[in-house]
Design a protein around this ligand. Structure first.
Ligand code: FJE
Ligand code: FE
Length: 300
Protein backbone atom coordinates (compact mmCIF):
# COMPACT_ATOMS: atom_id res chain seq x y z
CA UNK A 1 0.00 0.00 0.00
CA UNK A 2 1.47 3.44 -0.87
CA UNK A 3 2.16 5.70 2.08
CA UNK A 4 0.05 8.81 2.48
CA UNK A 5 2.03 11.82 1.35
CA UNK A 6 3.41 14.29 3.84
CA UNK A 7 1.90 12.54 6.83
CA UNK A 8 4.66 13.40 9.29
CA UNK A 9 5.83 16.83 8.04
CA UNK A 10 2.94 18.80 6.62
CA UNK A 11 0.63 17.92 9.49
CA UNK A 12 -1.86 15.22 10.21
CA UNK A 13 -4.27 13.70 7.73
CA UNK A 14 -6.50 12.17 10.36
CA UNK A 15 -6.19 13.70 13.83
CA UNK A 16 -7.26 11.43 16.65
CA UNK A 17 -10.38 12.47 18.56
CA UNK A 18 -11.16 11.80 22.21
CA UNK A 19 -13.04 8.48 22.26
CA UNK A 20 -13.53 8.18 26.04
CA UNK A 21 -12.83 10.46 28.96
CA UNK A 22 -12.36 9.59 32.66
CA UNK A 23 -11.92 11.79 35.71
CA UNK A 24 -9.43 10.14 38.11
CA UNK A 25 -10.61 10.72 41.68
CA UNK A 26 -8.38 10.22 44.74
CA UNK A 27 -8.48 6.76 46.32
CA UNK A 28 -6.38 5.11 49.07
CA UNK A 29 -3.51 2.85 47.96
CA UNK A 30 -0.37 1.36 49.50
CA UNK A 31 -0.08 2.31 53.19
CA UNK A 32 -1.72 5.71 53.70
CA UNK A 33 -0.93 6.92 50.19
CA UNK A 34 -3.44 8.38 47.74
CA UNK A 35 -3.62 7.73 44.01
CA UNK A 36 -5.77 9.07 41.24
CA UNK A 37 -6.03 5.89 39.16
CA UNK A 38 -7.25 6.23 35.61
CA UNK A 39 -6.09 3.12 33.77
CA UNK A 40 -6.42 -0.01 35.94
CA UNK A 41 -9.67 0.94 37.63
CA UNK A 42 -12.83 -1.13 37.35
CA UNK A 43 -14.24 0.67 34.27
CA UNK A 44 -10.90 0.56 32.44
CA UNK A 45 -9.04 -2.58 33.54
CA UNK A 46 -6.55 -2.59 30.69
CA UNK A 47 -5.70 -0.30 27.78
CA UNK A 48 -3.30 -2.61 25.96
CA UNK A 49 -0.30 -2.40 26.66
CA UNK A 50 -1.03 -0.12 29.64
CA UNK A 51 -2.12 -1.72 32.92
CA UNK A 52 -2.15 1.14 35.41
CA UNK A 53 -1.77 4.91 35.39
CA UNK A 54 -1.61 6.43 38.89
CA UNK A 55 -1.09 10.08 39.76
CA UNK A 56 0.23 9.51 43.28
CA UNK A 57 0.45 11.71 46.32
CA UNK A 58 2.34 10.50 49.38
CA UNK A 59 3.40 12.14 52.63
CA UNK A 60 5.58 10.35 55.24
CA UNK A 61 5.02 8.01 57.02
CA UNK A 62 2.73 6.83 54.19
CA UNK A 63 4.23 5.01 51.22
CA UNK A 64 4.49 1.84 49.22
CA UNK A 65 6.49 -0.56 51.42
CA UNK A 66 7.89 -3.97 50.41
CA UNK A 67 5.93 -5.51 47.52
CA UNK A 68 6.66 -7.65 44.43
CA UNK A 69 6.16 -7.24 40.68
CA UNK A 70 6.37 -9.72 37.80
CA UNK A 71 5.62 -9.60 34.07
CA UNK A 72 5.61 -5.87 33.30
CA UNK A 73 7.42 -2.52 33.68
CA UNK A 74 6.79 0.34 36.10
CA UNK A 75 7.62 3.87 34.96
CA UNK A 76 7.83 6.44 37.75
CA UNK A 77 8.06 10.12 36.77
CA UNK A 78 8.36 12.59 39.65
CA UNK A 79 6.46 15.89 39.63
CA UNK A 80 7.22 17.14 43.15
CA UNK A 81 9.27 15.94 46.14
CA UNK A 82 11.26 12.72 46.18
CA UNK A 83 10.80 8.95 46.45
CA UNK A 84 13.40 6.51 47.75
CA UNK A 85 13.53 3.13 46.11
CA UNK A 86 15.13 0.01 47.66
CA UNK A 87 15.06 -3.45 46.11
CA UNK A 88 15.89 -6.98 47.19
CA UNK A 89 19.17 -6.97 45.29
CA UNK A 90 20.37 -4.15 47.55
CA UNK A 91 19.90 -1.53 44.90
CA UNK A 92 18.73 1.85 46.25
CA UNK A 93 18.17 5.30 44.82
CA UNK A 94 16.21 8.49 45.26
CA UNK A 95 14.33 10.18 42.44
CA UNK A 96 13.45 13.87 42.75
CA UNK A 97 11.45 16.41 40.71
CA UNK A 98 11.58 15.68 36.99
CA UNK A 99 13.53 12.43 37.46
CA UNK A 100 12.51 9.19 35.78
CA UNK A 101 12.83 5.56 36.81
CA UNK A 102 11.94 3.00 34.14
CA UNK A 103 11.93 -0.38 35.88
CA UNK A 104 11.59 -3.64 33.98
CA UNK A 105 10.39 -6.07 36.64
CA UNK A 106 10.62 -9.05 34.28
CA UNK A 107 10.69 -12.34 36.25
CA UNK A 108 10.63 -10.57 39.58
CA UNK A 109 11.41 -7.56 41.71
CA UNK A 110 10.58 -7.00 45.37
CA UNK A 111 11.01 -3.38 46.39
CA UNK A 112 9.78 -0.47 48.46
CA UNK A 113 8.93 3.05 47.25
CA UNK A 114 8.83 5.54 50.14
CA UNK A 115 8.86 9.34 50.60
CA UNK A 116 12.36 10.82 50.78
CA UNK A 117 11.55 14.49 51.43
CA UNK A 118 9.40 16.70 53.63
CA UNK A 119 5.89 17.52 52.49
CA UNK A 120 3.97 15.75 49.76
CA UNK A 121 5.66 13.72 47.03
CA UNK A 122 3.77 13.71 43.74
CA UNK A 123 4.29 11.89 40.50
CA UNK A 124 2.99 9.53 37.88
CA UNK A 125 3.41 5.78 37.82
CA UNK A 126 2.59 3.91 34.63
CA UNK A 127 2.58 0.10 34.37
CA UNK A 128 3.40 -1.18 30.88
CA UNK A 129 2.76 -4.82 30.06
CA UNK A 130 5.53 -7.00 28.60
CA UNK A 131 4.99 -9.48 25.79
CA UNK A 132 5.12 -13.18 26.70
CA UNK A 133 8.67 -13.39 25.34
CA UNK A 134 9.94 -10.76 27.83
CA UNK A 135 7.86 -11.50 30.93
CA UNK A 136 10.55 -13.70 32.52
CA UNK A 137 13.65 -11.66 31.59
CA UNK A 138 16.13 -10.49 34.21
CA UNK A 139 14.94 -7.35 35.98
CA UNK A 140 16.65 -4.11 34.95
CA UNK A 141 16.44 -0.36 35.42
CA UNK A 142 16.85 2.74 33.29
CA UNK A 143 17.17 5.93 35.28
CA UNK A 144 17.29 9.44 33.83
CA UNK A 145 17.74 12.47 36.03
CA UNK A 146 15.77 15.65 35.41
CA UNK A 147 18.70 17.46 33.79
CA UNK A 148 19.33 14.60 31.36
CA UNK A 149 15.79 14.31 30.05
CA UNK A 150 15.80 15.44 26.43
CA UNK A 151 13.86 18.64 25.88
CA UNK A 152 12.84 20.61 22.82
CA UNK A 153 11.02 23.91 22.42
CA UNK A 154 9.24 25.28 19.36
CA UNK A 155 6.42 27.78 18.70
CA UNK A 156 5.29 27.99 22.32
CA UNK A 157 5.52 24.23 22.84
CA UNK A 158 7.97 22.62 25.24
CA UNK A 159 8.33 18.86 25.25
CA UNK A 160 10.24 16.60 27.63
CA UNK A 161 10.83 13.37 25.74
CA UNK A 162 10.58 10.55 28.27
CA UNK A 163 10.30 7.88 25.56
CA UNK A 164 10.09 8.06 21.78
CA UNK A 165 10.54 11.17 19.66
CA UNK A 166 8.99 14.64 19.39
CA UNK A 167 9.94 17.95 17.71
CA UNK A 168 12.91 16.18 16.15
CA UNK A 169 14.34 15.05 19.51
CA UNK A 170 14.74 11.43 20.64
CA UNK A 171 14.82 9.82 24.09
CA UNK A 172 17.58 7.34 25.00
CA UNK A 173 15.12 5.09 26.88
CA UNK A 174 14.81 1.58 25.46
CA UNK A 175 11.22 0.36 25.35
CA UNK A 176 10.72 -3.41 25.11
CA UNK A 177 7.06 -2.76 24.42
CA UNK A 178 7.25 0.01 21.80
CA UNK A 179 6.10 3.11 23.71
CA UNK A 180 6.08 6.91 23.40
CA UNK A 181 5.85 9.07 26.53
CA UNK A 182 5.89 12.85 26.05
CA UNK A 183 5.47 15.61 28.67
CA UNK A 184 4.13 18.72 26.87
CA UNK A 185 3.76 22.28 28.13
CA UNK A 186 1.88 24.65 25.79
CA UNK A 187 1.99 28.41 26.17
CA UNK A 188 -1.10 30.51 25.58
CA UNK A 189 -2.16 30.23 21.93
CA UNK A 190 0.15 27.31 21.13
CA UNK A 191 -1.03 24.61 18.72
CA UNK A 192 0.49 21.13 18.72
CA UNK A 193 0.45 18.48 16.02
CA UNK A 194 2.13 15.31 17.21
CA UNK A 195 2.27 12.18 15.05
CA UNK A 196 1.35 8.86 16.70
CA UNK A 197 1.79 5.51 14.91
CA UNK A 198 -1.57 4.43 13.47
CA UNK A 199 -1.93 1.00 15.13
CA UNK A 200 -0.93 2.25 18.61
CA UNK A 201 -3.20 2.83 21.56
CA UNK A 202 -2.69 6.34 22.92
CA UNK A 203 -3.95 8.57 25.71
CA UNK A 204 -3.57 12.03 27.18
CA UNK A 205 -3.49 12.75 30.92
CA UNK A 206 -3.92 16.43 31.84
CA UNK A 207 -1.67 17.81 34.61
CA UNK A 208 -2.23 21.60 34.59
CA UNK A 209 -4.38 24.20 32.85
CA UNK A 210 -7.04 23.65 30.27
CA UNK A 211 -6.68 22.40 26.71
CA UNK A 212 -8.54 21.43 23.58
CA UNK A 213 -7.70 17.90 22.45
CA UNK A 214 -9.17 16.99 19.10
CA UNK A 215 -12.53 18.68 19.61
CA UNK A 216 -12.85 18.25 23.39
CA UNK A 217 -11.99 20.63 26.18
CA UNK A 218 -10.27 19.09 29.20
CA UNK A 219 -8.80 19.95 32.58
CA UNK A 220 -6.47 18.33 35.17
CA UNK A 221 -6.84 14.72 36.40
CA UNK A 222 -8.69 13.68 33.24
CA UNK A 223 -7.60 10.72 31.14
CA UNK A 224 -8.48 10.97 27.46
CA UNK A 225 -8.41 7.80 25.39
CA UNK A 226 -7.71 8.74 21.79
CA UNK A 227 -9.56 7.17 18.88
CA UNK A 228 -8.04 6.09 15.55
CA UNK A 229 -5.91 8.43 13.44
CA UNK A 230 -2.33 9.44 12.78
CA UNK A 231 -1.67 11.94 15.55
CA UNK A 232 -2.87 14.37 18.19
CA UNK A 233 -3.92 17.98 17.68
CA UNK A 234 -4.05 20.09 20.84
CA UNK A 235 -4.51 23.79 21.54
CA UNK A 236 -4.05 26.03 24.54
CA UNK A 237 -6.82 28.61 24.16
CA UNK A 238 -6.84 29.43 27.87
CA UNK A 239 -5.01 32.11 29.88
CA UNK A 240 -2.66 29.74 31.74
CA UNK A 241 0.00 27.21 30.79
CA UNK A 242 -1.31 23.82 29.67
CA UNK A 243 0.63 20.74 30.75
CA UNK A 244 -0.21 17.14 29.85
CA UNK A 245 1.40 13.84 29.04
CA UNK A 246 0.79 12.01 25.76
CA UNK A 247 1.51 8.29 25.96
CA UNK A 248 1.17 5.71 23.21
CA UNK A 249 2.09 2.07 22.87
CA UNK A 250 1.88 -0.80 20.45
CA UNK A 251 -0.82 -3.18 21.71
CA UNK A 252 0.49 -6.65 22.55
CA UNK A 253 -2.80 -8.36 21.57
CA UNK A 254 -2.06 -11.27 23.92
CA UNK A 255 -4.23 -12.78 26.65
CA UNK A 256 -3.49 -11.10 29.98
CA UNK A 257 -4.27 -12.28 33.50
CA UNK A 258 -3.56 -9.92 36.38
CA UNK A 259 -3.40 -10.77 40.06
CA UNK A 260 -2.38 -7.62 41.95
CA UNK A 261 1.27 -6.94 41.09
CA UNK A 262 1.65 -10.02 38.87
CA UNK A 263 0.65 -9.89 35.20
CA UNK A 264 1.02 -13.00 33.07
CA UNK A 265 -0.66 -14.56 30.02
CA UNK A 266 -2.55 -17.42 31.69
CA UNK A 267 -4.04 -18.37 35.07
CA UNK A 268 -1.53 -21.26 35.29
CA UNK A 269 1.34 -18.76 35.04
CA UNK A 270 -0.27 -16.64 37.77
CA UNK A 271 -0.62 -19.71 40.04
CA UNK A 272 3.05 -20.51 39.35
CA UNK A 273 3.99 -16.90 40.18
CA UNK A 274 2.14 -16.98 43.51
CA UNK A 275 3.97 -20.25 44.31
CA UNK A 276 7.31 -18.73 43.26
CA UNK A 277 6.73 -15.70 45.47
CA UNK A 278 5.68 -17.86 48.46
CA UNK A 279 8.54 -20.32 48.00
CA UNK A 280 11.24 -17.79 46.99
CA UNK A 281 11.86 -19.49 43.63
CA UNK A 282 12.32 -18.58 39.92
CA UNK A 283 13.54 -15.04 40.53
CA UNK A 284 12.20 -14.41 44.04
CA UNK A 285 15.13 -16.16 45.84
CA UNK A 286 16.48 -12.92 47.30
CA UNK A 287 13.11 -12.06 48.88
CA UNK A 288 13.64 -14.73 51.56
CA UNK A 289 15.90 -12.65 53.80
CA UNK A 290 15.38 -9.13 52.49
CA UNK A 291 13.42 -6.35 54.22
CA UNK A 292 13.59 -2.66 53.29
CA UNK A 293 14.46 0.01 55.85
CA UNK A 294 10.73 0.44 56.50
CA UNK A 295 10.54 -3.26 57.40
CA UNK A 296 6.87 -3.31 56.44
CA UNK A 297 5.36 -5.70 53.93
CA UNK A 298 2.51 -4.52 51.72
CA UNK A 299 -0.22 -7.13 51.43
CA UNK A 300 -1.55 -7.39 47.90
C1 FJE B 1 1.54 -2.07 44.27
C2 FJE B 1 -0.60 -1.61 45.93
C3 FJE B 1 0.27 -0.58 45.59
N1 FJE B 1 0.66 2.88 42.54
N2 FJE B 1 2.23 4.71 42.43
C4 FJE B 1 -0.41 -2.87 45.46
F1 FJE B 1 0.07 0.61 46.08
C5 FJE B 1 1.35 -0.80 44.75
C6 FJE B 1 2.31 0.28 44.40
C7 FJE B 1 1.88 1.46 43.69
C8 FJE B 1 2.65 2.63 43.52
C9 FJE B 1 3.92 3.06 43.89
C10 FJE B 1 4.29 4.32 43.53
CL1 FJE B 1 5.84 4.94 43.96
C11 FJE B 1 3.45 5.13 42.79
C12 FJE B 1 1.84 3.48 42.79
C13 FJE B 1 0.68 1.66 43.08
O1 FJE B 1 3.45 0.17 44.77
F2 FJE B 1 2.54 -2.29 43.46
C14 FJE B 1 0.67 -3.10 44.62
N3 FJE B 1 0.87 -4.33 44.12
FE1 FE C 1 6.33 -1.05 42.97
Amino acid sequence: MPEKEGSSCAGLNEPRLVARKFLARPQPEGVGAVVRRSIGRFELRYFDPFLVLDEFSVTAPAGFPDHPHRGFETVTYMLQGAVKHEDFEGRTGTIGPGDLQWMTAGRGIVHSEMPAAQGTQKGLQLWINLSSKYKMIEPSYQEVSNKDITEATKDGIKVRVIAGEALGTKSAIYTRTPTMYLDFTLELGAHLRQPIPGPWNAFVYVLEGEGIFGRSKSSPHHLLLLGPGDGLEAWNKSSKLLRFILVGGEPLCEPSVQFGPFVMNTQEEIDQTVDDFKNYTNGFEKARHWRSESGVTLGF
